[in-house]
Ligand binder design. Structure first.
Ligand code: ADP
Ligand code: ASP
Ligand code: MG
Length: 404
């Protein structure tokens, strides 16, 4: 059986008209004799609306109920899509996570798929059916509905491709592929034809939400080739694949950015061994992820200023935890939410000297101040003021000739 997995994101199924178009795309694969497994997201905006409603009910909405609530968006989209295919004369039905079942483990809102029972879907495919599987959801061993984190339908698609040994997985979305940067931030972004798993993983973890980062991690672990393309235009998209398959002379592949970081600075911290650990432990115990860190030793050697970043939604909780932390002494705490992390990503930087210098120079020429820096083998991230974001992305595109 030649199985192909097609995933459609929120905008692709955002209206009744769009759902009709998506049904036509699915039919085109059926006509080419593929066995198609479809993964659908909720219609765009639906999941966000449900989140807002839950917040109006309670600021601490029960996580189990939140997953049950948020997963309903996919149920509606799947049945509309299956209904359209039936209308066109095909045999199709919706499959919710618990009906298959797609088994997950881990916490609500960030569960992981550990197994997919293939039996019923295989039987259905063999009978000529087109299964429309709800993305983003699963069921745990306590029979509770779970979800995979925002953007999780991408991961559903990759895991279905893995378990069913699909020969291809296509992520249909509202952009023409993975671009050198978010086209909503910088209009001159260009489509990347081929990108390695490693670069895509860095890009998505550093803010390019075109693919959920755990879905990229799973495709990398399982060596699944993924194509990202538009459901609006019939063009070739981006292939995400092994580094070995890529012939590329670009130093930098893409630029990612974030808008939801916050910077915390502790001024005049009494310096002693273990101080950083004392500050970060309560944050870690509360699942607050500390990202970039910089520490300046004062001239007298007794005090230090410590700056670090966290997600902005964790800012007020972090402030409270730091203020009530008896193990540390500091003069002042400053919180800045008007920051943005801009990163350049590319395997080419491993073998090319001077990339860091070129990045910093391009930013300084544009009078953009760098607050914090972090690097890895294939990325350099800097924290800047949010108001300079577009200027920074444009400068980096120019410096590394990404729009050419
Ligand atoms: P879907 O609903 O199809 O899953 P998403 O909204 O999750 O779509 O992801 C697609 C969006 O990702 C695009 O509309 C675009 O604004 C954003 N995006 C961010 N970075 C990139 C990038 N480097 N390339 C393409 N799109 C990007
Ligand atoms: N509907 C979910 C969300 O908005 C899952 C997804 O779209 O991938 O996050
Ligand atoms: Mg998405």
């Amino acid at each position: 059986m030649k199985i192909i997995v097609l995933k459609f994101g929120g905008t692709s199924v955002g209206t009744v008209e769009r759902i009709k178009k998506v049904a036509d795309i699915i039919v085109s694969y059926i006509k080419k004799k593929y066995k198609v497994i479809v993964i659908s997201s909720a219609m765009s905006g639906v999941t966000n609306d449900l989140v807002k409603k839950s917040e109006k009910i309670s600021k601490e909405f029960e996580p189990r109920e939140l997953d049950t609530l948020l997963s309903t968006g996919e149920q509606a989209a799947c049945s509309l899509l299956a209904g359209r295919l039936c209308h066109l004369g095909y045999n199709s039905r919706s499959w919710l996570g618990w009906q298959i079942p797609i088994i997950t483990s881990g916490k609500h809102s960030s569960s992981r798929i550990v197994n997919i029972n293939k039996k019923k879907i295989l039987k259905y495919l063999k009978s000529g059916g087109i299964p429309i599987v709800a993305g983003f959801q699963g069921v745990n061993l306590q029979s509770e509905i779970t979800t995979l984190g925002r953007g999780g339908s991408d991961t559903s698609a990759i895991m279905v491709a893995k378990f069913f040994k699909a020969f291809k997985c296509i992520i249909y979305t509202d952009v023409i592929g993975v671009m050198t940067t978010d086209p909503r931030v910088f209009k001159k972004a260009k489509k990347i034809k081929v990108i390695s798993y490693e670069e895509m993983l860095e890009m998505s973890s550093l803010g390019s939400k075109v693919m959920q980062s755990s879905s990229v991690q799973e495709s990398r672990l399982n060596r699944i080739d993924v194509e990202v393309k538009s459901s609006f235009k019939n063009n070739n998209g981006t292939l995400i694949t092994k580094r070995k398959n890529i012939l590329n002379n670009k130093i930098i592949t893409g630029v990612s950015s974030t808008k939801n970081d916050a910077k915390i600075t502790l001024i005049g911290v009494k310096d002693r061994p273990g101080i950083a650990a004392s500050i970060f432990k309560p944050l870690s115990d509360n699942n607050i992820n500390v990202d970039m860190v910089v520490q300046n030793i004062s001239s007298n050697g007794n005090e230090t200023d410590l700056t670090f970043t966290i997600k902005s939604e964790d800012a007020s909780k972090s402030e409270k935890l730091i203020k009530k932390n008896k193990k540390i002494n500091f003069k002042k705490i400053k919180i800045d939410k008007n920051v943005s992390k801009v990163s350049i990503i590319g395997v080419g930087m491993i073998t090319t000297p001077g990339v860091t210098y070129r990045m910093f120079q391009a930013l300084s020429k544009n009078k953009i101040n760098i607050m914090v820096i972090s690097t890895s083998e294939i990325k350099i991230s800097v924290l800047i003021s949010k108001k300079h974001l577009i200027k920074a992305v444009a400068a980096l595109h120019k410096e590394f000739r990404l729009s050419n």
